[in-house]
Write a protein that binds this ligand. Sequence first.
Ligand code: HEM
Length: 142
Amino acid sequence: MIEQVILTHSILIKVFLGFMAAGLFIPFVTAKNPKGFKKASFIYTMVFQAIASMIAFTGLVALAMGTFGLSLSVIIMIVIWGLLMYIEIKKYKLIKVANLENPQTHTLLRSAFLKISAVQIMLVIMMVVLKVMEVKGVISLS
Ligand code: HEM
């Protein structure tokens, strides 16, 4: 049972990575379409937060069911999760209130979208690498 919860947690993380990678196309396909950019950002942030919530939920269920306790690796996960959500909400708020009809603002926010997504992807990959290294015994995060 616990194995299934952790497996779901880890599959969701891969889905999350795939979703964020696909999201990198948004600023390009909406380069000449400010309204489309705003709309796509809205859908993106909704899906992002839904997947992130499922990751936190499965993680918390695994914590409640398992005997890991609050290990350093779980604390890092929670911190990264908080950071991901914080950055995402800030980013969407910025896009939501911006006047994207101004071409300079549109360009600036498209580039911010790309950079922020790159940082988010890196944070998730970092966590996955940490876990892989832990499992292989290269580092200990207990
Ligand atoms: C509130 C947020 C989260 C909680 C409570 C949580 C909790 C857990 C727990 C209890 C485990 C299993 C125990 C262990 O291997 O140490 C686990 C595994 C894992 N978590 Fe999380 N997690 C959270 C968020 C995240 C996030 C945001 C990421 C990625 C950035 C992540 C990546 C992983 C990975 C890669 C594993 C190993 C999966 C495997 O063994 O196949 N977790 N998490």
